[in-house]
Every structure is written in structure tokens, then in C-alpha cells.
Design a protein around this ligand. Structure first.
Ligand code: CDP
Length: 227
């Protein structure tokens, strides 16, 4: 087997990326890295410090704060990343609807993307990784060994996300979740820096009619053939 393998999985919100990326990583004993969790942790820092006001961000103060705190990862027994802020896990705090609602504002800033890029490269140094996100195959690892782009229709994606979120946020309506996904898709696709794009050399998988195990099997099959 090749010494170090990089697998990029991109796609819009709730297209199944993280569930599938975790299972593929587990199969090959590669490290799974959820790049969205870095943008979410930064959004958490920004909200906590009141740096997002009326839809705008004080980027200078935010970068300053980020330079004085540490965003790091530890890995659990399944080799999945647990994101930490100043050494304390913020895995639960970053999954709220409020964070989802604000994260695209953070992700569109080039200064923030440069900060995240460094973390992405550092964490992948010298190991085989499966990383999911929006720009992994296009910007972060344009030379990745394998690139996949996962997609599904907006209603399928919104239903998946609503089912997840309503376990902890009981009053949340399906329509609110769908509206948030549409807003995020629009921002992710249209932003100036690293927009969500399918790179031409990626394998497109639409999971509207495929369950998780079918998508995972398909991806594992493609990787196995080559390594
Ligand atoms: O889980 P979900 O697909 O909803 O989103 P996520 O992967 O947690 O990412 C949250 C947000 O971070 C996305 O809506 C993007 O705006 C941004 N993001 C990005 O711009 N680039 C990445 N590589 C990963 C996430």
C-alpha cells in the first residue's frame, strides 16, 4: 500500500459527508478529519466574544483572538477527531443551530480560510487521512489521491439534518432547517474565496436513492482498486 493516502470528500451541507467519511476512514484505518468543525469552532469563538453583529464580523479582532488561543484535535479510539479549544472539547457546543446559522459568514473570509488551511495541512502531515468539507479536493488537497463529491436533493438533506437536530432542539421546524441549508448552500457556492465547487476529477455520488452503506461500499471499492 502507498505510504500516505489522502481522500477528499466534498459536498453541500447534510449530503452525508461526515458519516460516510468516518466509515471509510475506519475501514482503512485512516484518520478522519472534519474540516467543518474548525470553521464551527471559530464561529463559536466569534459568537462568544460578540464579534458577529448584524451579519458582519470583526475579522481583525477575531484573528487576534485566534492567535491567542489554540484550536487543536485529539483522536478517539475510532481515530476520529475531537476538536478542542484551549484543550477543552467543544464537540457538542459547535453543533447547535445558532452555530450553523452563522458559520458561512465566517467561512467566506479569506483571512479565516488561510488560518484554517494551515491547521488542515499541519494535522494531515505524515498520515493517511479522509478529510471532508467544501474545498478539500479543489483547494486544500488539489493532488489528493481520491476525490469524491457527495450530493443529494435539498429535501432529502433537510430531512436528514432536521432528524439529527430535533433530538436536542425539539421546537425546531423542518422549514427552518431547510431555509438554513438553502441559505448556506447559496453562500458556500457564491463566495469569492474557495467556493463550493465539484472539481472535474472527482467522483460524483448522489445519495438520494442510496443508503449510507451503499455509498460507503462504492467509495471503498474505488479506493481498494488503486491501493
Ligand atoms: O455538517 P455540515 O455539512 O452542515 O457543515 P460542516 O461540514 O460542519 O461545515 C460548516 C460550514 O463550514 C459550511 O457550511 C461551510 O460554510 C464551511 N466550510 C467551508 O467553507 N469549507 C470547508 N472545507 C468545510 C466547511
Amino acid at each position: 500500500m502507498k505510504k500516505k493516502v489522502t481522500v477528499a470528500i466534498d459536498g453541500p451541507s447534510s449530503s452525508g459527508k461526515s458519516t460516510i467519511a468516518k466509515l471509510v476512514a475506519k475501514h482503512f484505518n485512516f484518520t478522519y478529519i472534519d474540516s467543518g468543525s474548525i470553521y464551527r469552532a471559530i464561529t463559536y469563538v466569534a459568537l462568544k466574544n460578540n464579534l458577529i453583529k448584524t451579519g458582519d464580523i470583526d475579522v481583525v479582532s477575531l484573528i487576534d483572538l485566534l492567535n491567542n488561543c489554540s484550536i487543536s484535535f485529539s483522536f478517539n479510539s475510532n481515530n476520529q477527531n475531537v476538536i478542542k479549544l484551549d484543550d477543552i472539547s467543544v464537540e457538542d457546543e459547535i453543533r447547535t443551530f445558532e452555530i450553523s446559522n452563522n458559520v458561512s459568514l465566517i467561512a467566506e473570509k479569506n483571512e479565516i480560510r488561510k488560518y484554517v488551511l494551515k491547521i488542515q495541512k499541519d494535522i494531515s502531515n505524515n498520515k493517511s487521512v479522509v478529510m471532508d468539507g467544501r474545498d478539500i479536493g479543489s483547494v486544500v488537497f488539489p493532488n489528493a489521491d481520491f476525490k469524491f463529491f457527495l450530493d443529494a436533493s435539498i429535501d432529502v438533506r433537510a430531512l436528514r439534518r432536521w432528524n439529527e437536530l430535533k433530538l436536542t432542539e425539539k421546537d425546531l421546524k423542518f422549514e427552518e432547517v431547510k431555509k438554513d441549508l438553502l441559505k448556506r448552500d447559496k453562500k458556500d457556492i457564491n463566495r469569492k474565496f474557495s467556493p463550493l465547487r465539484r472539481s472535474k476529477d472527482s467522483t460524483l455520488i448522489n445519495s438520494d436513492r442510496l443508503d449510507i452503506s451503499e455509498v460507503v461500499k462504492h467509495i471503498i471499492g474505488i479506493i481498494k482498486k488503486e491501493i
